[in-house]
Design a protein. Structure first.
Lengths: 696, 251
C-alpha cells in the first residue's frame, strides 16, 4: 500500500464530495437545520395543544335518574383533589369543566355545544339495557361503547363523547379518571362504614428499593440502543457518499479513467472506504451534537434520574469498538456501490441492506445475552452487546479484544471483496455477461452454489421453526438430511448438468488413508473434547442449554441401531455429499485452499442452528474439508464424520468420563490426530485447481 | 533493442447475451517500435478497443501475453499502468475538478516525481493553451477544451507509451485536427504511440505502421508504403477493403 497515493486519493474523494453541492445540502444542511426546525415545530405544536387543552373549560351535561348523585360525586372528588397535593393528580386538578343544561345531549354533543355528557342509569335500567343488547345479537362496532364490568343491579355511569374531536376525547379521559377516583373513594367510605380498614395504607406499606445507581440504570438504557442508533446514523450518513463513490463513477465513465492509472485496486477501495467512513462519522457526529442540543434545549425530554457517566477509559473503549464498526458499515456500503451498475441501482439495494443490518445491532436488547458467548463472533451483534456491558460498568476486556478483532477482520474481508469487485469486467463492459451466465452448466453452478446453500439454510430454519409435524428427532433428521441435503444435491446435479463423480468427488484413495482415518476417529474426538474444555474456560457454554440440548437431541428409549443410523450414518453420508461434495466442488475454483477450508467449515457450522454448536461443528467441518481437499474424495471424510459421531454416542452412553481426562491423555490424542493428518497429507491425491485472475 | 510493446497470441472471449460467445480478439500478435505511431485500423467491433483495454490492464486476456516495457499485463499490471497513458472516448474526466487540478491529480496518482509535478502541470497548461481556463471546472468547459484536458491528463506523468483509442470520435474537424497535431508532437518527442481508428485519413496521416484488424484478427501489418506495395492499391481505403474481403473469404 502506497500511503502518499492513498492520501491523495482520499483527499480527491473528499474534494469531489464537498464540491457536490446537492450532496452536501442533503447530508449536512438537512440534519443540521431542517431536523431541529421540524422537532421544534412538533414541540411547539404539542405545547400549544397542551396549553389549549389545559386552558379550556369543558362543557358537559349529566342525564339520567341518578344525575344528582353523579353531580355530587364529581363535586366531592374535585374538592378532595383541591385539598390533595399529590403531583400525580395535577392533570385532574387542571381539568376545568362546567355542567350546562341541554335539551338533547346527543344533538348538543354532535353540534359541539358540549364536549361530552354523562348518562347515569339505575341498576334496573342498566340490567334491562344489557338484556336488550344480548337479545339483539351483535353490536355496532362504530358505536364503540366500552361496556363496564358490572354486577346485576349495580348502577351504571356512561361518559358519552366523540373520539374524532380532540377536545371531546381529552375531556372524556379526564372525566373517566375523575369518576374512577370517585368510585375508589366511595368504596373506601363504604368499607369504613362496615367496620373494615378502608385506607390501603392502613394495611401495610409497599415500597421498593433500587440498589443500582442512576448511572448504572442510565448506562443500561443507553447501552441497549447506542449501537442501533450509531448503525442507523452511519448507514444513512455513509450512504450519502457511498452511492456516488463507485456506482456514480461507473455512470460518469471516470472509473475507467481511474482504473487505467498506476494505483492498485486496493488503494482505490481503501481511499473510497476512508471517505465513506469519514462522511459517516461526521454526519453521525452532527446528529449526535444535534441530539445533545435538543436535550439541552429541552426539546427532547430525558427519563427521570437520567445520569450518563462516561469516564475517559470507558469512552475510549467504546471508541475502539465504534471505529471498526464504522469501517465495516462503510465496507458494506462500498460493496453495495461496487455491485450496483448505476446510482439508481445502488439506491434500490440500500434499503434491504440497511434493514438487514439493523437485526444484529438489536442484540443488546435481547435479555440475558452476554458477550462471553458465541455472540462475540457475530459482527455488529458483538459490538451491540459489548457496548451495553461497557456502559453498564461491566466490561469484559478479553471479549472486547475478541470483538475488536472480529470487527476488524470483517472490515478487512469486506474491503478485499470490494477490491475484487473492481476487477469485474462488467464494470467496464456492462453489456457483456459473465461467462458463467452465458455458458450455464458447471460454470454457472460455481456462481450459484452459495445461493443454493443459503436457500437450503433458510428452508431448514423455516421448517424447523414452523412445521410442528417435523419437530420429532427422526422426522427432523430425515427431512434435513434426506430431503434438503440429498434433494438439493440431486436438483443441482440435474439443473447444472454436472458429472456426478466429479461434482461429489467420488474418488478412490490410497489404502493407508483409511488406516489414518481409523486412528483419527478416537484421537480426533478426544482432541475436540480438549479444545471444548479449553474454550469453555474462556467462553463457557451455558450448562442448562447443554443439558436441554442433550435431552432434545437424543430421545429416550430408541434402539441403539436406530441411534447409530440417525446420528452417525445418515448425517455422515448426506452432509458429506452436500458440503464436501457439492459445496466444495462449487467453491473449489473460486477460493484459495485456506479460504475454502474456512468457508466450507463455517457454512457447515451455520447449518447446525444453535449458536453454541456453530463453532465446534465449524471446526469439524474445516477438518473434513481439509481431508477432502487432500484426498480429493469425500469417502475418508464420510468415515471420519460417521466414526466421530458414533464414537461420541458410544462414549456418552458408556460413561467413560472422557470429558474429565488428565491433560496428558488429551495431548497424546492430539499427537495421534496430528500424525493421522500428516499421513493423509503425505499420501495426498488432491483435486486439480485453477489459478484465478483477480486484477491488481 | 527490445520492442517496448510486444503482443503475442492475445485473445479475448466474451459471452454476450445477444450474440453468444464472441471472440472479440482472436490470437493477435504485433510489436511496436520505440518512437513510432502504430495504428490499429478497423471498423467498429473489429476488436481494437478490446485489444487496447487488455494492454491497459482493464480487461484480462483469455489467453496469450502482452508486455509493455517488459511488464506483463497479467503478472505486473501496476508496472504496465505506470508506464502507460490511456486515452479513450469512454475515459471521462472528473467534472468537479478544474483543468489544473485534473492534470495535477493524474500526474501525482501516476507517481510522477513529486518535486516536478507543479512544473509539469504548468508546462501542460501552456502546451495545450489551457491557461485561460485552467481554474475553471471541467464541467463548464467546451468539448474541445475537455478534449485538450483529457490529452493533458493522459500524458500528465510523461509516459513512454501512450494509447489513443479512437480519440477523434465525436469531434468536429478542427478539434480532431488539434488531437492529430498533439499525437504528431508526441511522436516527435520520442513517445511510442498505439493509435486506433476507423478513419482512413487519420491512419494515413499519423501512423508509421498500420495493422488492419477485422473480426478480432490482424489481417495485415506494415508501413503504408509496404501495404501499397503488397496490394498494388494506392488508397488506404482500397487496401483496407481488399484485406477485409480476403479475410472474410478465408473465414
Amino acid at each position: 500500500m502506497n500511503w502518499s497515493i492513498l492520501r491523495l486519493l482520499f483527499i480527491h474523494e473528499i474534494r469531489m464530495l464537498v464540491r457536490a453541492r446537492r450532496t452536501v445540502v442533503m447530508a449536512l444542511v438537512i440534519p443540521a437545520v431542517i431536523m431541529p426546525v421540524m422537532i421544534y415545530a412538533q414541540k411547539f405544536a404539542n405545547d400549544r395543544r397542551e396549553q389549549t387543552l389545559a386552558a379550556t373549560t369543558y362543557r358537559y351535561a349529566v342525564t339520567g335518574p341518578l344525575a344528582d348523585r353523579v353531580r355530587s360525586l364529581i363535586e366531592k372528588t374535585q374538592q378532595t383533589l383541591a385539598e390533595n397535593k399529590d403531583e400525580e393528580f395535577d392533570p385532574l386538578r387542571q381539568f376545568k369543566s362546567a355542567e350546562i343544561r341541554v335539551e338533547n345531549p346527543r344533538e348538543s354533543l354532535d353540534n359541539n355545544i358540549i364536549q361530552f355528557y354523562v348518562q347515569a342509569m339505575t341498576g334496573e335500567e342498566a340490567d334491562k339495557l344489557t338484556r336488550t343488547r344480548d337479545g339483539s345479537g351483535s353490536r355496532s362496532s362504530a358505536s364503540a361503547t366500552t361496556p363496564a364490568r358490572r354486577l346485576n343491579g349495580v348502577p351504571r355511569i356512561t361518559v358519552i363523547y366523540r373520539a374524532d374531536r380532540d377536545g371531546s376525547d381529552n375531556a372524556h379521559s379526564r372525566m373517566m379518571e375523575l369518576l374512577r377516583l370517585a368510585r375508589e373513594k366511595d368504596s373506601r367510605l363504604l368499607l369504613v362504614d362496615r367496620g373494615f380498614p378502608g385506607d390501603p395504607k392502613g394495611l401495610f406499606a409497599a415500597a421498593d428499593s433500587n440498589v443500582a445507581t442512576n448511572g448504572q440504570v442510565t448506562g443500561s438504557l443507553v447501552g441497549r440502543f447506542i449501537t442501533l442508533f450509531l448503525v442507523m446514523m452511519m448507514f444513512t450518513g455513509g450512504a450519502v457518499a457511498s452511492m456516488d463513490i463507485i456506482a456514480g463513477e461507473k455512470e460518469r465513465g471516470t472509473l475507467e479513467t481511474l482504473l487505467t492509472t498506476a494505483v492498485r485496486r486496493t488503494e482505490i477501495v481503501t481511499a473510497k472506504l476512508m471517505s465513506i467512513t469519514c462522511v459517516a462519522l461526521v454526519i453521525t457526529l452532527i446528529q449526535g451534537i444535534n441530539f445533545f442540543l435538543y436535550i439541552r434545549l429541552k426539546v427532547i425530554a430525558l427519563p427521570k434520574d437520567f445520569d450518563l457517566q462516561l469516564p475517559t477509559g470507558m469512552a475510549l473503549t467504546l471508541l475502539t469498538l465504534f471505529i471498526p464498526l464504522a469501517a465495516t458499515i462503510a465496507a458494506v456500503l462500498l460493496m453495495l456501490s461496487a455491485y450496483a451498475r448505476s446510482y439508481k441501482e445502488a439506491q434500490m439495494y440500500f434499503f434491504p441492506v440497511y434493514m438487514v443490518s439493523m437485526i444484529p445491532a438489536l442484540a443488546s436488547v435481547m435479555p440475558g445475552l452476554s458477550l462471553r458467548s458465541a455472540i462475540a463472533f457475530v459482527p455488529l451483534a458483538n459490538v451491540s452487546v459489548a457496548s451495553r456491558e461497557i456502559l453498564m460498568g461491566r466490561p469484559d476486556p478479553l471479549m472486547i479484544v475478541v470483538t475488536f478483532l472480529v470487527m476488524a477482520l470483517t472490515a478487512v474481508f469486506l474491503i478485499r471483496m470490494s477490491a475484487r469487485m473492481l476487477a469485474r469486467e462488467d464494470l467496464v463492459i456492462p453489456s457483456h455477461s459473465e461467462p458463467a451466465e452465458f455458458l450455464g452448466g458447471p460454470a454457472l453452478f460455481q456462481k450459484r452454489v452459495l445461493r443454493w446453500f443459503a436457500l437450503m439454510w433458510a428452508v431448514t430454519f423455516a421448517v424447523a421453526a414452523n412445521v410442528p409435524q417435523l419437530a420429532t428427532f427422526q422426522r427432523q433428521l430425515v427431512f434435513n438430511e434426506v430431503v434438503i441435503m440429498i434433494g438439493a444435491t440431486l436438483l443441482m446435479l440435474k439443473l447444472y448438468n454436472l458429472d456426478v463423480s466429479d461434482a461429489l468427488s467420488l474418488r478412490r484413495v490410497k489404502p493407508v488413508v483409511w488406516l489414518a482415518i481409523l486412528f483419527a476417529i478416537p484421537s480426533g474426538y478426544l482432541t475436540a473434547l480438549a479444545i471444548f474444555r479449553l474454550v469453555n474456560i474462556v467462553i463457557p457454554a451455558p450448562q442448562q442449554l447443554l443439558e436441554r440440548f442433550a435431552e432434545d437431541f437424543i430421545p429416550a428409549g430408541m434402539p441403539p441401531w436406530q441411534l447409530y443410523l440417525y446420528i452417525a450414518v445418515l448425517p455422515a453420508i448426506c452432509e458429506e455429499v452436500a458440503f464436501r461434495g457439492m459445496l466444495l466442488n462449487g467453491l473449489r475454483r473460486r477460493l484459495r485452499p485456506t479460504a475454502l477450508v474456512v468457508s466450507v467449515g463455517v457454512i457447515f457450522g451455520l447449518f447446525h442452528m444453535t449458536l453454541f454448536r456453530i463453532a465446534p461443528t465449524a471446526l469439524l467441518g474445516m477438518i473434513l474439508t481439509g481431508i477432502a481437499l487432500m484426498t480429493g474424495s469425500i469417502f475418508p471424510g464420510m468415515l471420519l464424520h460417521a466414526g466421530n459421531n458414533a464414537f461420541g454416542l458410544w462414549a456418552g452412553g458408556s460413561a467413560l468420563g472422557l470429558e474429565t481426562l488428565d491433560w496428558q491423555y488429551y495431548a497424546a490424542a492430539g499427537s495421534i490426530f496430528a500424525l493421522a493428518l500428516w499421513i493423509i497429507y503425505r499420501n495426498r491425491t488432491p483435486l486439480p485447481t485453477r489459478p484465478v485472475y483477480r486484477g491488481a | 533493442m527490445n520492442a517496448p510493446v510486444v503482443v503475442s497470441n492475445l485473445s479475448k472471449t466474451f459471452y454476450d447475451e445477444g450474440r453468444g460467445e464472441v471472440r472479440a480478439v482472436d490470437s493477435i500478435s504485433f510489436q511496436c517500435r520505440e518512437g513510432e505511431v502504430f495504428g490499429l485500423l478497423g471498423a467498429n467491433g473489429a476488436g481494437k478497443t478490446t485489444t487496447l483495454r487488455m494492454l491497459s490492464t482493464i480487461l484480462a486476456p483469455s489467453s496469450g501475453t502482452a508486455n509493455i516495457l517488459g511488464h506483463d499485463v497479467v503478472l505486473d499490471p501496476q508496472g504496465v499502468r505506470k508506464n502507460l497513458g490511456f486515452y479513450s472516448a469512454t475515459t471521462a474526466l472528473y467534472p468537479r475538478l478544474t483543468a489544473r487540478e485534473t492534470i495535477d491529480f493524474f500526474a501525482r496518482i501516476n507517481q510522477y516525481p513529486e518535486a516536478r509535478v507543479k512544473e509539469r502541470v504548468e508546462y501542460l497548461i501552456q502546451r495545450f493553451a489551457l491557461a485561460k481556463y485552467a481554474d475553471t471546472r471541467v464541467e463548464k468547459l467546451s468539448s474541445g477544451m475537455k478534449q485538450k484536458v483529457s490529452i493533458a491528463r493522459t500524458i500528465a506523468h510523461d509516459p513512454l507509451i501512450i494509447i489513443f483509442d479512437e480519440p477523434t470520435v465525436g469531434l468536429d474537424v478542427l478539434n480532431a485536427l488539434e488531437v492529430q497535431e498533439s499525437i504528431s508532437e508526441l511522436r516527435s518527442e520520442g513517445k511510442t504511440i498505439i493509435f486506433s481508428t476507423h478513419i482512413m485519413s487519420e491512419a494515413e496521416r499519423l501512423c508509421d505502421r498500420i495493422a488492419i484488424i477485422h473480426g478480432g484478427r490482424i489481417l495485415a501489418s506494415n508501413t503504408l508504403a509496404g501495404l501499397r506495395e503488397s496490394t498494388g492499391q494506392h488508397y488506404l481505403e482500397d487496401i483496407f477493403v481488399l484485406y477485409v474481403k480476403a479475410g472474410q473469404e478465408t473465414v
